[in-house]
Design a protein around this ligand. Structure first.
Ligand code: 0O2
Length: 213
């Protein structure tokens, strides 16, 4: 019988939750690696540069629940925190982001729960990334559970920018000096321009190759 993890009541322990989320991460990781290998085989091109995954720390989950105004219970973690299991997919070009997202959407056992497109709609800070919340079935000895995974897809340049901005937010706890915030917004603009120019250049190079064939 299939159920979502949040309907499994009561969820026994944090250890059990971690086990199930880790299994979900492994599933999605493998699916993405297979996609990348197959893409290389068919198109002689890897849309994915690299993949990072992590389970959110319990401290970070508790902080998020507090921000949302919920009590710190295992049930609330599973129900309200969408990024306990997180995967970051880094690619070279913006076009790869939508190609990968499309391939994920087409996977018959993955259900897309939500999408936040911070590439078409960047945050005021300049943050750009494509976020998908999906569920993936995890097969346990006595049942199958649908587990939520957050997939963040972004270019190398967007990831470079986001890492520094994250570091800044952590250091200044959201109260960064105005000059630094402004400089980061300017860097975000440069990152967007760089991504656009690299994409155009790549398309130009590809077209030249095709002409020679
Ligand atoms: P951490 O420490 O990276 O885990 P929701 O999931 O819808 O309930 P949330 O979490 O605000 O609400 O969703 P959103 O906007 O999709 O953000 C999820 C994650 O994206 C964040 O997790 C960050 O990792 C990243 N992110 C979002 N906005 C920014 C940003 O402005 N700058 C940077 N550097 N990263 C961002 P956490 O839990 O906030 O943080």
């Amino acid at each position: 019988m299939k159920s979502t993890l949040e309907r499994e009541n009561p969820v026994a322990s944090w250890q059990e939750v971690t086990l199930v989320y880790n299994a979900a991460l492994k599933q999605v990781n493998t699916k993405l690696e297979i996609l990348n290998d197959e893409f290389q085989h068919v198109h002689q091109y890897n849309p994915i540069e690299h993949i990072k995954s992590r389970i959110k720390t319990s401290e970070s989950i508790v902080k998020k629940l507090k921000r949302y105004g919920y009590e710190s219970t295992i049930e609330n973690m599973v129900k309200y925190v969408n990024d306990i299991a997180g995967i970051r997919v880094i690619c070279s070009f913006t076009s790869d982001i939508y190609r990968i997202a499309g391939m994920i959407r087409n996977m018959s056992d993955i259900r897309v729960v939500a999408i936040k497109d911070y590439i078409r709609n960047p945050k005021p800070s300049g943050y750009k990334s494509y976020h998908m919340i999906v569920t993936v079935p995890v097969f346990l000895s006595d049942r199958t559970v649908d587990v939520k995974v957050e997939i963040q897809i972004r270019t190398v340049a967007m990831d470079f920018w986001a890492s520094l901005e994250h570091k800044m937010n952590y250091k200044f706890e959201g109260n960064a000096p105005e000059a630094i915030r402004k400089e980061l917004i300017e860097c975000a603009r440069m990152v967007s321009e760089l991504d656009d120019r690299m994409l155009s250049l790549n398309e130009e190079i590809q077209a030249m190759g095709e002409d020679e064939d």
